[in-house]
Design a protein around this ligand. Structure first.
Ligand code: CO
Length: 504
């Protein structure tokens, strides 16, 4: 039997680099409740609520570009779905840094990802003020919208007008400037009550993880108000920690401590941003840190520390418990994608950076051993499960993927993966469209009817349309990944980070 030879190196995807690069830009307008019609298809009437997106909206000042888009000031986009219609609003978060730099017309802060103030190293050395740019995620907690940036406090916004109320310490839960993750996980009710579970890391030679659980809904019978802190614990671990995301199960908060080292000298001397001083630690051992949740069966016990596979992880898809095992699915990179001091982010060579690949780690909690399995060879990022399956066995994942089957490229398609059978369904925006994080919105359960299937609902995604040089909102059927509607937005939203859907 002869087998056709596979290509030696996969061809780069069929996209125009100028189309891709056009998605990095400044936003110059703030819109309020602009009605947007579907250009194709029909907006589902059952879809009721608001899709909030966060991401960098300002990438240049006074002719100087940020060194990396992650240094761009946070801008919130809200897309409100009501009775088959959509209204669009967007607002910059009025952070201290944004206000100062708007006034100055130039960068007056250094960015964590390498943006320097004008004037070279001398002008930047020993300026260790953090510019809290609030650009990473946006979630609803109680009567506030929280714009999150992991190295410092959240900013509270009005959920309707998107006006900035200011930095919030969450009713005194946080100390001023305390790190507060941009990756909360929403426990759909593992112990009968919905919770927002999140964390903050204080790092150094030892690292302390503060795990926090907040009520998501008012519970007058229990005297609990939405947004109230329900439990917390702090645990210290040996070594420097870089923790962007985590996962939850009913009993555990699951962290993957990457084998990363931090050399602050170039940062102190004004040559590099703090995040550019992170590098893979040769010979380092990644670890899982399993912290018992206070609501679970192991409350009050010490954390479990278990050796983890090589590679680097920003984001997890989901975790769950199966008898004495913990199953965690994550997006693994072969190495930490370092942010060089000199490269222009718009001219990066995708072939030189490792792609994200979905892998499942099954941790035997009795023996502390694990096995790993690659679930897909296709470059992916921004993966999620049905929010009602967060922390529980889930069959489906939705994620942004590259157009070609292997190799690294910009994210141009959305994929639904059946985690059991491996079956996948793909919707593609190629060649001229570039996707962002897909948000899966379950179909609301009808009163008295059985719960809808796990993949019953929609996938919402803001897509950069290179042909229009503006953004589209794409609505897909979550089960089939067929296009339900496309809305051509009257706004050009630069590539964003995370967001969430808040049902009406
Ligand atoms: Co993230």
């Amino acid at each position: 039997m002869t087998v056709a030879p596979s290509p030696v190196s996969p061809q780069a995807g069929d996209y125009d680099r100028a189309d891709w690069a056009s998605g990095f830009r400044n936003v110059g307008v703030e819109l309020s409740d602009v009605t947007v019609e579907a250009s194709r298809g029909t907006i589902p009437a059952e879809l009721q609520g608001t899709l909030y997106r966060n991401g960098p909206g300002r990438l240049e000042r006074g002719g100087q570009w940020v060194h990396h888009p992650f240094d761009g000031d946070g801008m919130i986009t809200a897309l409100r779905f009501e009775d088959g219609a959509v209204r669009l609003s967007n607002r910059f978060i009025r952070t201290e840094g944004w206000l100062a730099e708007e006034k100055a017309g130039r960068f007056t802060y250094r960015g964590v990802f390498g943006t320097q103030k004008p004037g070279g190293p001398l002008a930047n050395a020993f300026d260790l003020r953090l510019k809290n740019i609030a650009n990473t995620h946006v979630v609803r907690l109680g009567d506030e919208l929280l714009a999150l940036w992991e190295a410092s406090s959240p900013h509270a916004l009005d959920p309707d007008s998107l006006e900035t109320r200011g930095v919030t310490l969450l009713d005194g839960v946080l100390k001023p400037g305390e790190a507060f993750s941009a990756h909360p996980r929403f426990d759909p009710g593992h112990h009968g009550q919905e919770r927002m579970v999140t964390f903050g890391v204080k790092t150094g030679p030892r690292s302390t993880v503060r795990l926090l659980e907040f009520a998501v809904k008012d519970d007058p019978a229990a005297g609990v108000k939405a947004g109230q802190l329900l439990s917390e614990r702090s645990d210290s671990f040996k070594g420097f920690a870089f923790l962007h995301d985590f996962a939850i199960t009913p009993n555990w908060a699951v962290f993957l401590q990457n084998a990363i080292a931090f050399n602050p000298l170039p940062y102190l001397l004004g040559r590099k941003g703090a995040a550019q001083c992170l590098a893979s630690k040769p010979g380092g051992q990644a670890q899982f840190w399993l912290i018992p949740r206070d609501s679970g069966a192991f409350a009050g016990q010490e954390p479990r520390i278990i050796p983890a596979p090589e590679g680097f992880v920003f984001h997890h898809l989901n975790a769950w418990e199966e008898r004495d095992e913990l199953v965690l699915t994550s997006i693994f990179y072969a190495d930490f994608p370092s942010i060089g001091p000199d490269t222009d982010f718009r001219s990066i060579d995708f072939d030189l950076i490792p792609e994200g690949l979905l892998e499942r780690c099954t941790i035997d909690l009795t023996s502390g051993t694990l096995r790993t399995e690659r679930l897909s060879e296709r470059c992916c990022e921004f993966a999620m499960v049905n929010p009602s399956r967060e922390g529980l066995a889930s069959r489906y994942g939705w994620m942004a993927v590259a157009e070609r089957e292997t190799g690294n490229d910009p994210l141009q398609a959305l994929k639904k993966l059946d985690l059991v059978s491996g079956e996948r369904r793909v919707w593609s925006a190629a060649p001229r469209g570039f996707v962002s994080e897909p948000v899966m919105v379950p179909r609301p359960a009808a009163a008295g009817a059985p719960a809808p299937a796990e993949d019953d609902g929609w996938v919402l995604c803001v897509v950069w349309n290179g042909a229009r040089c503006a953004s589209d909102l794409v609505i897909l059927d979550a089960a089939s990944m067929a296009e339900v509607a496309v809305l051509e937005l009257p706004l050009a939203i630069p590539y964003g980070l995370h967001g969430s859907f808040v049902p009406a």
